[in-house]
Every structure is written in structure tokens, then in C-alpha cells.
Design a protein around this ligand. Structure first.
Ligand code: AMP
Length: 538
């Protein structure tokens, strides 16, 4: 028998309509690329999003058409998110930190019709334009007074927006239609497009808001440091209007001092970003002897949060770390580390060990680990396996085809354990695992320990060829400024804390570690740089 409930399609426009109607005077603060602070509220954002949607219609942007952005986290980028998806087109966020060849490849693969860009990226746009025949117009996200000189016939964002009066009504869209598109970073082969739907994005927002996920409420002030070009800033631009949060967008200035100032000025309560950003913030605060007066929670994901970072936030600054794991193909939310009631009784060391894990899935995502032949492995907290996921916001195929699933599950490419309480712990990317004498060594565990040493700023462990053991771990470190430590002293700190055969065979000191376009350590690049390295003779 069929039930008798309204069948309203889940839609991205409904999120900002809700925020306008019920949280209309809640602020959105944005540090503009021009440098100053822009302030308005959900009512203003909704109005301007509809003006832009009306202008897009006049440009003949149709349902399903792709519209790209090359932009920082600002109020204009937010407006594009809602104007494009809300009008039925697909908001394609492109990572401007990628190599120009990759950018051209992605824009051509997506066949973007218009590209909105921040002035920071003018040079990139000028080099892309001759190579991207699908693009009908390049929109500079600024006003007339700041329009740059260019050989291209650029469209001015503010003029475009003001060409329409805002009487635009959101069209009704099927909840299964495409809303947004993100490409994977493509560390192996060409990047692949993850195409999200209105339904997956709204369900993902519900999950983000849940108390054991990011726990957003109308009392929160949220600052996503994670870029809106990196998996939709982890869904925060959609979840914030759902919960009625005040939203603070940091623009291009993501250094420790600029972030700290925004946290304090705007009384930010929760923020989110990758570990490299927090290293810089913690270092700035240590040097400036600064504290955090309003920040309560920091979501750390995208790469493993080193235990020393979790402790620094908690013990030094009274900020709770929510360690989270996810990926582009998961929209991205996969797990968040939040305790269960029974964990209140744990002793400190056991609780610390638990907090280092990536956490458990919210309702909406299911996980399992499998062995070589795809057979499920036990959730005993010790067995390593290939991590697989399925759920309401997990891709099943890529944009431009290509089944993404294996036996109904999405293979994440991560290797992990899952403990009997459901807490998942990533030990490595499968491409990065170190196999020594047929057994796996977790590079992430060793990196975490190395980073707990007071002299170490950053650490990476990679496998290098070994005649007897096949591979052995090599530790590569960046020291803190003015700090000193010898290889032997560093290696001594591992004694009794990891198995003897996990202790790296050598330590290399370097000036900097290579990062990917999303600010994560690039082990692929590091292995390339160290291709000629040979282990010392025993
Ligand atoms: P991306 O699709 O660029 O967001 O990258 C997703 C990948 O980042 C995952 O498959 C993991 O390898 C890695 N990752 C994300 N979050 C974490 C985390 N908390 N700890 C360890 N690795 C992570």
C-alpha cells in the first residue's frame, strides 16, 4: 500500500530558501579577494543568488549545463553555488592549484559553458581560454571598478548579477538530477568526475549537521578553511543554511595569522580543514602566544590528523578535534570520530588512542574491509583490509561513464582496520602501503609518532626498495625553525612504541615536503624525488 505523504523533491535551492525564511538576518561574512570584509545575511545571499540565476537564464544556461568556478571561499562563490545548482545547471568547482594542462583537460572533459573566476586566477584563465572551445564566457568575480585589463572579453560579475532584478523563482528540479561536479585529484591517470545530485547533496547535509558528525546548530559560527573547490568545502556551504549557522568565508588568506584574526573577530565556533592548514595556525599561535576565545571544535580531515595536533588543540587551546575521513566520491563524508557513552570511563591513554582513529560512519554510509579476493574481513581493530563504502551520497559511476563499484561497494583505495565498536582507522592509501617481508607497515602511525617529537614540523614515511625485505620504511622530516635533532635521536623515540621491524631504516632531513593541489602530502612526488635514494649499508 502506498503512503500519503507529500513528495517534495530534495533540492539545493530549498536549503537557501529555508535559510532566508527562517534565519534571514543571520550573517554571512566574507573576506573578499579585493582585501576588505563583506557582510550580509542569508536573506541577502538568497536575493543575489536569484538575481544571478535569472542572469544565467538570460545567458541561455540550460538544465544540466556545466558552469565552472575557479574561486576562493567568498560570498560570490556561495551565490554561484546556489544560482547554478538551484536553476538546474551543474556547478563544477575546479581546483585552481592544478597544473594548467590538467585544468584544460578538466574544463574540456566537463564541457563547461561559462567559467567564473577570482581575479587571482586571471593569468590561468588567459592561458586556458584558447584551449577550451566549450567556454562561451569568462566571468570575473568582481565589480566594474576592479575589472582587470585583459585581451579576453571578460564579463563583470556584479554587472551580470545586476542585469536581473531577483524576481527569479527556483524551477522545480528532479531530486535525482545532477547538481554539482568535482574531479578527483587524479594522482593516477586522468582525473575522474564525481557528479552529485540534489538528493545526495541534501541527504549529505543532514548527515553533516547530525550531533555526532559536525553537529551544526543555529548557535554556530562556521568557518570552512577547506576550499569550496575541494569537494564542496566538505558540504559546509549546503549544511550551514540547513542549520541556520552564521557563515564566515576566509577568501584567499589562509595563513595562520589571517585565520586567527577571523576566528577572533567573528567569534567562530567551528572550523574545518586539512592538517597542513592547522600546522600553520598552531605555529602562528605558539609564536604570537595567542589563544582562541570562541572556537570549540575543529574538523580535521583529508589526511590523517597527527596525534600531537589533536593534543595541541585539546590541551593547549581547549578545542575539540573532530577527526574525519572522506573522499571526493563520498561527497565527502565517510566517518567522524565522536565518542560513545561507554568511552567516558576510559583511561586517558586508551581514549587518546581511540581519538587518533578516523571514526565511525553516520547513518547513510556503510563500510566494510575486504581481503585480496574481496572476502569481508573481521572488525577486530587489528586486521588490515581494503576499505569499501556504500551509501546515499557515494558515487556508483563516474561522470562520462565508468562503473565505480565492485560487487555493489565503492573501493576507496584506502587500507584500514575497523574495531568492534565500529571505529575505522586508516593505515595507508593502498598505493602508499609499505610491505616489508610480506607484512604491512602503517606509514601513518610512524608519521604520527615522529610529529610528536618537539623538533619535528612535518614527517613522511615511504617504502624504499630493500634486497632482503622487498621494502623498508624511510622517514623524511622537516624540522621546526631553529630546532635540531639527529637521526639516531629521532629513531630512539620509536623504541617500545612500535614493533621493532616498523622502525624506519633511515632518516632524511629536507627543507620542505611536496604537497598535492589539495594541500596534502604528495607521496607520489616524494617517491619520485627520492627515486635515486639508496638505504645505507647495514
Ligand atoms: P580526496 O578525494 O582528494 O578528498 O582524497 C580522499 C583521500 O584522502 C582518502 O581516500 C584518504 O586516502 C585521504 N584521507 C581523507 N581523510 C583522511 C583522514 N582523516 N586520515 C587519513 N587519510 C584521509
Amino acid at each position: 500500500m502506498l503512503g500519503h505523504m507529500m513528495k517534495l523533491p530534495l533540492s539545493i535551492a530549498s536549503l537557501i530558501r529555508h535559510a532566508d525564511r527562517w534565519h534571514g538576518d543571520t550573517q554571512i561574512v566574507s573576506r573578499r579577494v579585493e582585501g576588505d570584509i563583506h557582510r550580509y545575511d542569508w536573506h541577502g545571499a538568497h536575493l543575489r543568488s536569484r538575481r544571478l540565476a535569472g542572469a544565467l537564464r538570460e545567458l541561455h544556461v540550460a538544465a544540466g549545463d556545466r558552469v565552472a568556478t575557479l574561486a576562493w571561499n567568498t560570498h560570490r562563490h556561495l551565490e554561484i553555488y546556489f544560482a547554478v545548482s538551484g536553476s538546474g545547471a551543474v556547478c563544477h568547482t575546479v581546483n585552481p592549484r592544478l597544473h594548467p594542462d590538467q585544468l584544460a583537460w578538466i574544463v574540456n572533459d566537463a564541457e563547461d559553458g561559462y567559467v567564473f573566476f577570482d581575479l587571482t586566477f586571471l593569468k590561468i584563465v588567459e592561458s586556458l581560454a584558447p584551449r577550451c572551445p566549450s567556454v562561451k564566457g569568462w566571468v570575473a568575480m568582481t565589480d566594474r571598478a576592479h575589472m582587470p585589463q585583459s585581451a579576453l572579453d571578460l564579463i563583470c560579475y556584479e554587472e551580470l548579477l545586476h542585469s536581473h532584478d531577483g524576481d527569479f523563482e527556483w524551477p522545480s528540479v528532479s531530486e535525482d538530477s545532477a547538481s554539482s561536479l568535482c574531479y578527483t585529484s587524479g594522482t593516477t591517470g586522468n582525473p575522474k568526475g564525481a557528479l552529485y545530485t540534489h538528493r545526495s547533496s541534501v541527504l549529505h547535509s543532514f548527515a553533516v549537521c547530525m550531533p555526532d558528525a559536525f553537529g551544526f546548530s543555529a548557535c554556530d559560527v562556521v568557518l570552512p578553511v577547506v576550499p569550496m573547490f575541494h569537494v564542496n568545502a566538505w558540504g559546509i556551504p549546503y549544511a550551514a543554511p540547513m542549520a541556520g549557522c552564521k557563515l564566515v568565508l576566509p577568501g584567499p588568506h589562509l595563513d595562520g595569522a589571517s585565520l586567527h584574526q577571523l576566528f577572533e573577530d567573528e567569534k567562530v565556533t567551528i572550523t574545518a580543514g586539512v592538517p597542513t592548514v592547522w600546522l600553520a595556525l598552531l605555529e602562528h599561535m605558539a609564536q604570537a602566544k595567542a589563544s582562541l576565545s570562541s572556537l570549540r571544535r575543529v574538523v580535521i580531515g583529508g589526511a590523517a590528523a597527527p596525534p600531537s595536533m589533536i593534543r595541541a588543540f585539546g590541551e593547549r587551546h581547549g578545542v575539540e578535534v573532530l577527526h574525519a575521513w572522506g573522499m571526493t566520491e563520498l561527497s565527502p563524508l565517510g566517518t567522524v570520530n565522536q565518542p560513545k557513552a561507554k568511552h567516558a570511563a576510559l583511561d586517558e591513554a586508551t581514549r587518546d588512542a581511540l581519538r587518533e582513529k578516523q571514526g565511525r560512519p553516520p547513518y547513510g554510509v556503510d563500510l566494510r574491509i575486504v581481503g585480496d579476493r574481496g572476502a569481508p574481513l573481521p572488525h577486530d581493530g587489528a586486521t588490515f583490509g581494503d576499505l569499501q563504502a556504500r551509501g546515499y551520497w557515494v558515487v556508483d559511476r563516474y561522470f562520462r561513464g565508468g562503473n565505480a563499484l565492485d560487487d555493489g561497494w565503492f573501493p576507496t583505495g584506502d587500507v584500514s582496520t575497523i574495531d568492534p565498536d565500529g571505529y575505522m582507522k586508516i593505515t595507508d592509501r593502498s598505493k602508499d602501503v609499505i610491505k616489508s617481508g610480506g607484512e604491512w607497515i602503517s606509514s601513518i602511525d610512524i608519521e604520527g609518532l615522529a610529529m610528536a617529537h618537539p623538533a619535528v614540523a612535518q614527517a613522511a614515511v615511504i617504502g624504499v626498495k630493500h634486497p632482503k625485505w622487498d621494502e623498508r620504511p624511510l622517514l623524511v622530516v622537516v624540522l621546526k625553525s631553529d630546532a635540531q635533532v639527529t637521526a639516531a635521536e629521532l629513531l630512539a623515540t620509536f623504541e617500545g612504541r612500535i614493533a621493532k621491524w616498523w622502525v624506519p631504516d633511515d632518516v632524511l632531513f629536507v627543507e620542505a615536503l611536496p604537497l598535492t593541489a589539495t594541500g596534502k602530502l604528495s607521496k607520489l612526488e616524494l617517491r619520485k624525488q627520492l627515486a635515486h635514494y639508496r638505504l645505507p649499508a647495514p
